[in-house]
Design a protein around this ligand. Sequence first.
Ligand SMILES: *Cc1c(COP(=O)(O)O)cnc(C)c1O
Length: 232
Amino acid sequence: MEAILTENLKRVEERIQYACQRANRDRSEVTLIAVSKTKPLPMLESIYQAGIREFGENKVQELCEKQEALPSDIHWHMIGHLQRNKVKQTIDKACLIHSVDSIRLARQIEEEAAKRNKIMPVLIEVNAAQEESKFGITIPETEAFVREISAYPHILIKGLMTIAPFVENPEDNRIYFYNLKQLFVDINQKNIDNVCMDILSMGMTNDYEIAIEEGATHIRVGTGIFGERIYQ
Ligand SMILES: *Cc1c(COP(=O)(O)O)cnc(C)c1O
């Protein structure tokens, strides 16, 4: 098992490097987050041994359990939809919440972070392709949303995140990555107080190379590293 994972990781790493070359970007501009949801601890340990320190989970309980069982120098990314009653635990365990998608959720994060005297780094989830089935703010709503949350003293908006549609041809998602990058640049140029975004979290197993070409700083790769997920 270990050999397969190391092989997978090597292949992903090579593809990241080629995509960076094509886009004239330095490899250091792209952070690989290994999305380990549903996968057992020994698999995460293998990837850790291979040097990965960024892991992504989409369920708070699973994130907490894994965080407690694995070395403390791992950075845990909360990438899934977050319920308000799970905010408390998430703030204690995650380095970054990728999925802020409502004012109500932001308000809860503000409240819990304030209690801990902590400033919580977050990304705003944008529904870049306007899919009915997806969470996230629409592109036209994003600037106003960022402005509203920027007033919360215990939240730091670090950037934007999107989950692109599932498509046969990853080229079909290029436009969404391009649009998200434009939005990111536009909002940064507005010089909103407390907003200096430097993270663009986009690209998954199917389309991370395109996302890198379009400016992703963080890619979230699950299947490409750990293999297919089996859901009970
Ligand atoms: C599961 C998940 C991923 C990883 O998906 P793969 O296609 O397995 O790489 C990335 N981002 C989010 C938000 C996810 O839920």
